[in-house]
Design a protein around this ligand. Structure first.
Ligand SMILES: [Ca+2]
Ligand SMILES: [Ca+2]
Ligand SMILES: [Ca+2]
Length: 391
């Protein structure tokens, strides 16, 4: 066989595997007959399954097994029963939406801008961002690229020329900026082919917990009011009130410090200028032990003042700020104001050294965005049928 023929066969083989994988990516969306829509036919099929007048193929089953819902997300349980049919009815009525989107917007801060992802201090890298990123040549399999892979025809992907429509993150943003970014997204949506809402990613709060000192973190009551204000902007819009809103938790920023704490350049030359003093100040490690340092959820008897302060920073994010995001969002979802608003908890994501860029020693590197994209994806209803998320 000629070398060209070998290469051709390899390409065919990879391509067929790719198609096969795409088929396996069926996410639980209620589209039992897999025609791309969830309508009365799917509801009817569901009834027929219950009456044992119809059996489903594995792919059809994967689309139909939408119940139970946990925190607003389908948690397929391998059983198709009345619960699944009831959820499908609510999808048909337009009350719920688990479909793959037509497009995707980004609300955020410097992480949403991909700041310093390549190690250049202060430089934005929208092409790298975990959600709306579009650099096909990097290690980040962004949400944008995943949606495009699964639905190359229907999905209006982000790219260099469309990025101003879709990515509205602004470096330095705090929760108080949520409402403005939400307004900007609604205004930009008219530039999309469908004019629909699609997905709205919200990844804010890191700059509310990062502060000169513990006392000047955003007041939790104000944080809640500002979060509600942003949600209210979306809810007031007839199109965006049904958007699939993916609100990320604040990440465990502690691990960014931990990953670079012993790098001289970071400690001495960079961190004094990073506005997160309540985490980074006095970078010497005075935890009782390496075990203690690796366990920010617990204070050890021998932990020094800096170690205790960092663990308090971690605790407040975990126990005060993230529960506000989770619980307020649940109120909006369960009362039907924003029925497709869902919370993605990424606080368990642990950043290691390769996930933090070596320029400002603080923002996620390209590999850090790859990690965020994977962890976020696997926790959403789009990703939970993805075999790559099984491990
Ligand atoms: Ca259908
Ligand atoms: Ca089920
Ligand atoms: Ca990429």
């Amino acid at each position: 066989m000629s070398p060209e023929r070998v290469i051709f066969n390899c390409i065919v083989l990879v391509y067929s595997c790719f198609i096969h994988t795409a088929v396996l990516l069926a996410s639980p969306d209620g589209d039992i007959n897999t025609d791309g829509q969830v309508n009365a036919v799917d509801a009817l099929w569901g009834q027929q399954v219950l009456l044992e007048n119809r059996s489903l193929s594995p792919d059809q089953f994967a689309h139909g097994d939408v119940a139970p819902l946990v925190s607003g997300n389908p948690q397929p349980d391998g059983v198709f029963d009345l619960g699944d049919v009831l959820i499908i009815h609510r999808i048909v009525l337009g009350m719920l939406n688990f479909s793959l989107p037509e497009h995707q917007f980004n609300i955020g801060d410097s992480i949403g801008e991909g700041e310093a992802a390549d190690g250049t201090i202060g430089e934005a890298h929208h092409e790298t961002v975990w959600s709306t990123g579009y650099n096909a040549g990097d290690s980040v399999n962004s949400f944008n690229e995943r949606f495009e892979t699964i639905r190359p025809v229907e999905y209006y992907e982000n790219n260099a020329s469309r990025d101003a429509i879709f990515n509205h993150a602004v470096s330095g943003s705090v929760m108080a900026d949520f409402a403005t970014q939400a307004q900007n997204i609604i205004a930009a949506s008219v530039q999309t082919p469908s004019g629909e809402a699609g997905v709205v990613n919200v990844f804010l709060g890191s700059n509310d917990v990062c502060a000169p000192n513990m006392a000047s973190m955003t007041d939790p009551a104000a944080f809640e009011t500002q979060f509600r204000a942003g949600l209210d902007v979306l809810a007031a819009d007839t199109t965006f009130r049904s958007a699939q809103i993916n609100v990320s938790s604040i990440p465990a920023i502690y691990w960014l410090w931990n990953a670079k704490r012993s790098v001289f350049w970071c400690r001495v030359f960079v961190w004094p200028f990073v506005p997160c003093e309540n985490l980074l100040d006095n970078p010497s490690d005075d935890c009782e032990s390496s075990v203690s340092r690796g366990d920010p959820d617990n204070v050890y008897p021998g932990d020094g003042a800096n170690c205790q302060r960092r663990k308090e920073f971690h605790r407040l994010t975990r126990d005060t700020y993230n529960p506000i995001l989770r619980d307020i969002l649940a109120q909006y979802r369960e009362s039907g104001i924003l029925p497709n608003a869902r919370y993605t908890d990424i606080f368990d994501v642990r950043f290691e050294s390769s996930h933090v860029n070596s320029g400002d020693c603080f923002h996620p590197s390209t590999d850090g965005h790859a990690l965020l994209a994977e962890k976020e994806w696997c926790k959403t209803h789009w990703g939970n049928g993805d075999p790559a998320c099984a491990n």
